[in-house]
Write a protein that binds this ligand. Structure first.
Ligand code: ZN
Length: 400
């Protein structure tokens, strides 16, 4: 049984991070402290996308029925979509459950040269899925969430290199987030699917071979693939030994053809590129839930909304505390002064309860010497202000 210390819903309440309420089932009200954590994670994902060579885009939240018919969602996923009824003029539309059709519209506007491939587009896409109310569960299962969605359009001969590149970046990313045990699974064609058997034969053999060349030995999950293609999925294990499927890369020979996406090959002929769908986290909200449970709320310092609380011992040190704060803020550290007329013990306890990584204590001695006494989970030390700034920066620096 999961203790309340770990359960992200209790952590969320204890640290005032977010709440859910009946008026918006499966959709999150982010509070300031929770949203700071969310934004820090989002920025880490954004930097990672840029490093992997993705260009960020944004596509519409609502798309009309013909787009979802072309993608196959209307036929295979309609129960999972929020459909908006049309009138005589307007055809029905749906809130997007994925960003792929939007990205394909961007590439379909022109036929790029083979020299521009692979084209990598990324979107932190807000998506809606009409999950049954019985399966909704905190941040883990929502109806509205943000997907770190990326699409690669390439030639078939480039699939290996792209899959390998993704696998490498994924292990690095998970490690930086504090997870070291990652395993892989390969999901093959489901009963309900789009595309010909020949396309599926080719997609499954190409993706599995690429995974093996990337050094993976995935377990096979028959029939678990997406309706448009096979999936390679990454499962990470948390400190409680539970497994979470987060990252995924999927090969798709179906959608580019359906949306008329083409490129010009070396001979000047028009050809249809291969599509790879990939996500590192899947859902940012869910991943934050996993992180909160993995760390029992005490996220690494770089993800904390408040990294340092400066605690003057008495009124006489307030001016120096403000100087320390300014220096910390200038160094890009998220900090504040606890100026309450409380005992030092109370201030330290308050910072601890709020999962603040460091308390910088300034008393009479520190003011005289131009130092701070830095308290953290690892103990306490008196350091010259500049040394303290460097130490905090080292600890708070995003690893990705
Ligand atoms: Zn996609």
């Amino acid at each position: 049984m999961l203790s309340n210390d770990h359960d992200h819903r209790h952590v969320g309440q204890r640290l005032d991070l977010f709440h859910l309420q009946e008026d918006a089932p499966g959709m999150v009200f982010w509070h300031p402290h929770g949203f700071t954590r969310y934004r820090v994670l989002e920025e880490a994902v954004r930097r990672q996308m840029a490093r992997e060579g993705y260009r960020e885009v944004r596509t519409p939240q609502v798309l009309r029925q013909p787009i979802w018919e072309a993608s196959g969602h209307w036929q295979h996923f309609r129960a999972g979509m929020f459909v908006l009824a049309g009138d005589e003029e307007e055809r029905a539309a749906a809130l997007k459950p994925v960003s792929c059709p939007g990205h394909l519209q961007i590439v379909a506007r022109r036929a790029p040269s083979y020299r521009e491939l692979p084209i990598r587009l990324g979107e932190l896409g807000l998506v809606h899925r009409d999950e049954p109310s019985g399966v909704l569960m905190g941040l883990f299962r929502l109806r509205q969430f943000t997907q770190d969605d990326g699409h690669i359009l390439c030639e078939e001969g480039q699939v290996d290199a792209e899959v390998e590149r993704f696998c490498r970046s994924l292990s690095h990313f998970y490690e930086a987030m504090g997870f070291d045990a990652v395993s892989a699974a390969f999901s093959t064609r489901p009963d309900e699917r789009a595309g010909s058997d020949e396309a599926w034969d080719r997609a499954e053999s190409v993706l599995l071979a690429a995974a093996r060349r990337a050094g993976l030995d995935p377990i096979i999950q028959p029939g678990q693939g997406a309706f448009y293609g096979p999936k390679l999925e990454f499962v990470l294990k948390d400190r409680l030994g539970r497994e979470w499927q987060c990252g995924t890369i999927q090969l798709d020979f179906v959608l580019p053809e359906r949306f008329g996406v083409q490129y010009i090959d070396a001979t000047g002929a028009r050809r249809t590129p291969v599509l790879l769908h990939r996500a590192l986290l899947g859902s940012l909200e869910r991943f934050l839930g996993v992180l909160l449970e993995h760390h029992a709320g005490a996220l690494p310092a770089w993800l904390a909304p408040e990294q340092v609380v400066v605690a003057p011992v008495a009124e006489a040190q307030h001016l120096f505390a403000t100087r320390v704060l300014e220096r910390l803020l200038a160094a890009g550290i998220r900090a504040r002064v606890d100026a309450r007329a409380e005992t030092l013990a109370r201030k330290v306890q308050g910072a601890h309860e709020g999962s603040v990584a460091f308390v910088a204590v300034v008393g009479r001695r520190e003011v005289e010497r131009g130092t701070v006494t830095l308290r953290s989970r690892g103990g306490q030390r008196e350091l010259a202000l500049e040394e303290a700034v460097l130490e905090i920066q080292r600890d708070c620096h995003p690893p990705i």
